[in-house]
Design a protein around this ligand. Sequence first.
Ligand SMILES: Nc1nc2c(c(=O)[nH]1)N[C@H]1C(S)=C(S)[C@@H](COP(=O)(O)O)O[C@H]1N2
Ligand SMILES: [Mo]
Length: 377
Amino acid sequence: MVQLEYSVQKPLNREPDLEKLVSSFITESGSGYDRNHGPIPHLDAATHRVSVYGCVKKDLSLSIDDLKALPQHSVICALQCAGNRRHTMRTKLKEVSGVDWFDGAVMNCKWTGPLLKDVLQASGIDLPLSKHPTAHVAFACFQTPVQDDEWYGASIPLSRALDASSSVILALRMNDEPLTPNHGFPIRIVTPGIAGARSVKWLDRITVQMTESSNYYQQHDYKILPPEARTKEEAERWWSRVPAIQDMPINSVVGVPRQDSRVERGLDGKVEVRGYALPSGADGPIVRVEVSGDGGETWVDAELLGAGKELEKNKGVELKWAWCLWKARVQVEKGWDRVVLSRATDSKWNTQERCPEWNFRGVAYNGYGEVTGLEVV
Ligand SMILES: Nc1nc2c(c(=O)[nH]1)N[C@H]1C(S)=C(S)[C@@H](COP(=O)(O)O)O[C@H]1N2
Ligand SMILES: [Mo]
């Protein structure tokens, strides 16, 4: 019997304090957000196996030691829930359905393990991509039922998985330590640039297949429905017509000062502002962050903080998938209810708009970063 923590009715969903989150380039294990659709299983690494299955020449059943024996690859990337910032969409635009995430449903960690591509190649893909460009590779965890399905699963395009530069990893380690049960011990998928929902924890099976995962969470919820889908009932006829979210859009948020806080200006009339920025999908790194203290009339460039000390420790680890922490000093007038905004641009010139369109699930919100209700003295 697998020991379980939490339950299907009450899974663990929580996010850290934002000021703390933006104070460290690497999010320590235990300091990041948790997102679960069911209980957390405590698995035994000595007996756990991952099977590789479907349109492959040879089925595989790999132990954790087998996976450790493959070449190990590290990536520092942001892992973000598609529902991050849902609270802003709900309060600025209109009520949405889903966990009420503020801006902290994202973490930036180093993940290490074999590349998915290498595992698939060991199994041998038996499906010509040229003939089946829409083939997917699906990830499943059968350990426990989840809120809307008997198991948890997701899939990504096979073409993405086979692209060596996509750095999709079967992660055995997080920040140079074995994974913790919360984050998928002993093994999870990590899909840089792609919505966190596809980074399946407690991985049991990898399947090469012609179609997307049939799991509820691939077929529903993590999709940007058109605004005419206003209710659960109306959403029903849209799920099958709208693609599942893969790449996440460019984003940035203001972490300091805090919402509704009192801020003292410096002698120069400026306020110190800090936050994070996330590139769009595979289009990282972030190349620019701008900040406005006057509602978007004028903008100043923020200083991009880079990886600092962490970079020395992680020479050779690519950073294009990582978040970028930034800071700026921006002029804000004294008074009540002041607002500070941020907007980011990545290496492919994707940039944030003031506010995206409303969608029923409140996913992929990437309007300007904003902190409101400041009392500036
Ligand atoms: N097996 C399993 N994997 C899962 C989930 C889950 O509920 N079960 N949640 C997904 C979602 S929606 C997100 S955002 C990330 C959250 O990862 P974390 O809890 O390590 O932060 O895991 C993904 N992988
Ligand atoms: Mo998520």
